[in-house]
Each structure stands twice: as C-alpha cells, then as structure tokens.
Write a protein that binds this ligand. Structure first.
Ligand code: AHR
Length: 499
C-alpha cells in the first residue's frame, strides 16, 4: 500500500487547544476510591492520594479533568462531600448501584487537581436538582469569602477560591437512563436559566450545555437544535459523547470508528450554526467532546451490581488491546483535525474505569495500551493543527462503506519549526508506505518515529508487563530531499516527529 500526505505551515486549522487532552474522574467503580484515592497505599500522601497515580497522570499529559460525573452527578448532593469526613453521610448512588461514602468531595478533588497540575472542570446536577444548588456550588467554589458558602469553604481549609472556569450544565440529560432525564425543551430551559444565573455570579465562566450521549440517540440533531435554541446566548460549548467497541468480530469497521466521530462533530457544528443563523446571532458555539473512548459497553465489567450496594466495586474495568489503542490514537487525530470547533475533550475515564491507568488496591499501577497514543499526542501535538491532504488507498467496511486505510493529522510549532505527524494504518493485513511532502518546510530531519503495533492486534498489556506493547522506534522513517517516508505496519498507530 502507498499513501501520500501533503502539508504546509500556511494551511492552519486552528491552534492546538490544550484542553483537547482532558480526561474524566467520576465517582464510579474504582476511579476515585482505590484509584486516585487510596490512603492505605504505600505512596499515599497526607490527603490519601496515590502519588504514583499523580505521576502517571502527569506522564499521560492530561490537562483538564471533568468531575464528579457522569451519570453519578445527576443524583449527587455536592454538600455531602464537604466538611469533616467523619460527619459526611453515605448515600445510595443510583446510577451505579453503589454506596457513595463521600470521603472525597469537591475540596479534595480540587486539591488533587493542584497536585496533578490539571484544571478541574465541574459538572452540576441538573437531574434531581436545579438552579439554586448549582449557584450554591459555584459560590462555594469561586466566591472569595464573606458569604455563607464561600466562608464554609474557607473553614474547610481552602482559603483561596477554587477558581473553576469550565462548568458542565448536567450530564447526558437526553439519556432515558439518566436520573431526572428530560426532554430537549425541559432541559434547554433549565440549562439556559442555570447558565444565566451562574453568569450573574461570574460572567466569565465557560459553560457547557449537554448535547447528545451518542450520535446514535434517536433524538440526536433535534436535541441539539432545541437545546441551543433555548440556551444559545448563555453557553459557550455543547457537549458530545461517543464510545466505540468492536462488534461481531468486525475489526475493520471498529478501526474506522473515527469516521463516526468526524461525522458526529460535523453534524453538531452544522446544527449549532443553523441555530445561529435562525436566531440571527453572531458568536459560534464550540464543542466539548467531554466523553470519548473505547468502551465494551455490553461486556460484563459494565454491569452494575443488582442485589447489593457495594462501595467502589470493580466496574467498567475494560482491558484494552492493541487495536483499541490504535482506535484511541485515531480518535485523537479526529479531535485535533476538528480543533476549529472542538475546543475541549475528555478521555473517559482516567483511572480504572475504562481507563488508560489501572491500579491494584494498595498495590501496583500499570498502563494500558491506550495510555501511549494519548501520552505521545498530548506531549507532541504542539502549536497549530495543519490541514493535511491525505491520498490513501481505501477498503470496504461494513459500517462505513468505502473507507480510507490511513488517517492522519499534523501539527506545526511555529516557534521551533517542529512538525509532528500522527497517523494510523487501519489495514488488517498490509504494510503501508507513507510519503510526506515537506517542500513547504525548510530542512527537516527525523527526530523520532514511534509505532504501536503487534502481530496480534488483540494483545493486551498486563499488570506484570505493561511495557512490551508500548510504541517502539520505527527504523524505516527517513527524510530524503523534501519528503519523509515511513512504513506503517497493519493495525498500527505512528507518531513521526520532524525537526
Ligand atoms: O463514562 C461512563 C458513563 O458513560 C458516564 O457516567 C455517562 O455520562 C456515560 O454514559
């Protein structure tokens, strides 16, 4: 197979938004308890946070972390999670059929964010609660002092405001599974009024209205249109969520999942723009793709318990293979390619729950295959996203019809002149030789070429060996005159850095 990629520093999509590399911590399974928080662990700090997890989060390059849910937030009373821990109530978490001990709440989470060097992104409960509780939480977090809630925060050991800028107005309110599920009209009104009141406290917040839980939702499209018709001038972003998994042994379609993400983003942007035109408004709504990942949703670890209410049960602990990592790398390519509209994204989730980072309670930490494309893209996608012209051979897939075998995006750091190309080969059987046309750049050489691939696309990292499947140097990468060449093995993800 042969493919070619043309790029130029003149053809810029948008700056790389650092928030593209966000993630998500939900009170779900072992994400919080025995994930980020494990006071019994040998590396636990004075607040009970695992230092090895903080280190891995930094290595992953995560920029923002959405919290506390997810479905969990739609039944959450944030006040349960503040003040002396021994006086906090335990509650039923209906979303995940678990008991929430409330040992970790907003103050602990923000403290953890500061340690990890990430920006907190807060979701308010618009399922069982409404405008007032959202305002109370905002006052608690962001008002300096001199009011009931802000003084309480100070008493609880946080004299400085938490300074949270980005707020999600509920979670997946289009989903019938959501506690307090609403119609688009009901939710659109509530989102608009919550946003309007929150801006009375702090005008410069960045507010995210719930879009669709997936592009397969029967209400997709109409939901965005109605919600934005109600809330357009009060919000900055609309959310999108998407999870992918291999179905019925159709690896070729699964590897092409980014085709769905591309179309989803284009459709949400078009719908937002249609509302803008109809309402004669000027600003543009951006997309916060604040849940995305591979998730084998119908597999056993996703089933919440039915007959008991455990604390932090092992839930959604998907064990990822090489193909999953290639898809994750490709989804990041899609997000970056759409940086003109996608201004934030959250890999769902961060630790243990459909996560790149896994922990044993009190024990070892290990990295899933999906850790690597995320970490390398977060580190090396710097500067501006370039519009690339990719000529790729195609094949037929059951889900997408004629599908390009390769997919790629590139970034250019105007300060250093460095170029990074991220590319996948979705062929199940063939190597692909990619030629990158560099005539628009000065002299460049290969600084690094790393490829994640394996003869067995279903190979998985384990707690005993999480290194063997990490990307390895691709020695085929060369620059010859004004073209770079690299051979991409089947079912692979590659990063090519040229300096
Ligand atoms: O990330 C897991 C779950 O997926 C979240 O709680 C929910 O928002 C989505 O359906």
């Amino acid at each position: 197979l042969h493919a070619s990629l043309s790029l130029s520093p003149a053809f810029v999509v948008s700056p790389v938004h650092r928030r593209t590399f966000g993630s998500f911590v939900e009170h779900l399974g072992r994400c919080v308890y025995t994930g980020i928080h494990d006071p019994e662990h040998p590396t636990a700090d004075e607040d009970g946070f695992r230092k090895d997890v903080v280190q891995a989060v930094q290595e992953l390059g995560v920029t923002t972390v959405r919290y506390p849910g997810g479905n969990f937030v739609s039944g959450y009373r944030w006040e349960d999670g503040i003040g002396p821990v021994d006086r906090r109530p335990a509650r039923l978490d209906l979303a995940w059929h678990s008991t929430e001990p409330n040992t970790v709440g907003v103050d602990e989470f923000v403290r953890w964010c500061r340690k990890a060097g990430v920006e907190p992104m807060m979701a308010v409960n618009l399922g069982t609660r409404g405008v007032q509780e959202a305002l109370d939480l905002l006052e608690y977090c962001n008002v300096d002092g001199g009011t009931h809630w802000s003084d309480l925060r100070r008493q609880h050991g946080s004299p400085e405001p938490h300074g949270i800028t980005m707020w999600c107005l509920g979670n997946e309110m289009d989903g019938p599974w959501q506690i307090g599920h609403k119609t688009a009209e009901e939710y659109g009104r509530l989102a608009a009024e919550t946003a309007r009141a929150m801006r009375m406290v702090q005008p410069d917040l960045e507010l995210v209205a719930c879009g669709s839980s997936s592009s397969a939702m029967p209400t997709f499209g109409e939901w965005e249109r109605i919600v934005l018709t109600e809330a357009y001038e009060h919000v900055d972003h609309v959310s999108a969520h998407a999870y992918y998994f291999e179905e019925d042994g159709d690896l070729a379609s699964f590897l092409a999942s980014a085709m769905n993400m591309d179309a989803f983003i284009d459709d949400v942007a078009a719908t937002a723009d249609a509302v803008r035109a109809a309402r004669k408004l000027t600003k543009r709504i951006h997309i916060s793709f604040d849940e995305w990942n591979v998730w084998y949703q119908h597999a056993a670890p996703s089933e919440p318990p039915k007959d008991s209410w455990p604390v932090a049960p092992a839930l959604l602990e998907d064990h990822y293979n090489v193909a999953d990592a290639v898809v994750v790398g490709n989804l990041l390519i899609s997000l970056l390619r759409h940086s003109d509209r996608v201004h934030a994204a959250s890999l769902a989730q961060l630790v243990n729950v459909i996560a790149p980072i896994m922990t044993e309670p009190g024990g070892r930490l290990w990295r899933q295959t999906t850790f690597h494309p995320f970490a390398l893209t977060a580190r090396h996608a710097v500067g501006e996203v370039l519009a690339v012209e990719l000529a790729s051979p195609t094949h037929e897939t059951a889900k997408f019809g004629e599908t390009p075998l390769l997919d790629a995006v590139a970034t250019h750091d105007a300060e250093t002149g460095d170029v990074a190309v991220f590319v996948v080969n979705r062929s199940l059987s063939d190597d692909a030789t990619l030629e990158v046309d560099l005539r628009a750049f000065g002299d460049l050489r290969v600084a690094e070429a790393l490829t994640l691939a394996n003869p067995d696309a279903y190979a998985r990292a384990t707690v005993d060996d999480d290194a063997s499947l990490a990307p390895v140097p691709n020695t085929s990468a060369t620059v010859d005159g004004a073209a770079a060449r690299v051979v991409l093995p089947p079912v692979s993800w590659t990063m090519l850095r040229l300096v």
